[in-house]
Design a protein. Structure first.
Length: 239
């Protein structure tokens, strides 16, 4: 990775847009995913994957990218020729230069470590915000599903209640029809019994009338016979 810039790591130009940088990161991160079977035997995959992630943490943050671009511009500028005077050659000895370089390296290491921590924190915050938003959307979806389920249950309960009411009405109507038919049958039976009693009384009256008429006729015939006997024999033999 020596000599490469973060833009080279993500395989984009220095003028690439934020969307292009994110797209390149997603593409390369997916390609270099250590969990993929084709990357299992490559020991450099994790290092490359981490390099791509660190490059995105810097270039994906506008503030960090601006600082990195400034540092990159300063590094790529041609250094002017320095004319060493005898005094400067005497002052800048090799041990002092080595110490200065070591100090610069250590300071740069702390600086980049700090920048990585800041970028990591920003990325973690962005991930946390995305997870919170996802959780909120999931909670909304679950609440909506719960409201839909409650509405469905209420609808089913209303339909069941309506069916029960209709069944009760049908049962009451059936009971009323049964009672009405029973009463009608009872009235019809009573009428038939009354008619039969009336017919029986009429028959008895007719029989009584016939019996009375027969008795009257018999008495009349007997009286006539007695009269005829008196007229013929001088006395009534049958009376």
């Amino acid at each position: 990775m020596a000599g490469k810039t973060l833009y080279d790591v993500l395989e984009v130009s220095s003028g690439a847009s934020a969307e292009a940088i994110r797209s390149a990161y997603e593409r390369m991160s997916a390609q270099l995913d250590p969990r993929k079977p084709e990357n299992a035997g490559n020991p450099n995959v994790k290092f490359l994957h981490d390099s791509v992630k660190e490059a995105f943490l810097t270039l994906g943050n506008p503030a960090l990218r601006t600082q990195y671009d400034k540092k990159l511009a300063m590094r790529t500028q041609q250094q002017p020729a320095v004319e060493y005077t005898e005094a400067s050659e005497t002052f800048w000895t090799i041990p002092k230069l080595a110490t200065l370089v070591l100090v610069v390296i250590i300071a740069g290491g702390f600086y980049w470590k700090h920048q990585r921590e800041v970028a990591k924190l920003a990325a973690e915050q962005a991930i946390a915000a995305a997870k919170a938003k996802e959780a909120e959307e999931q909670a909304k979806a679950e609440a909506e599903a719960q409201r839909a389920e409650i509405a469905k249950q209420q609808l089913n309960a209303a339909q069941d209640a309506q069916q029960r009411r209709e069944r009760d009405v049908a049962l009451r109507q059936y009971s009323f029809d049964q009672k009405f038919n029973a009463v009608s049958e009872q009235i019809a039976n009573q009428r038939q019994a009354q008619q039969e009693r009336s017919a029986d009384q009429q028959r008895k009256r007719e029989e009584q009338q016939a019996t009375a008429a027969a008795r009257a006729q018999a008495a009349k015939d007997k009286a006539e016979l007695c009269r005829m006997e008196r007229a013929r024999y001088g006395k009534a033999i049958s009376c």
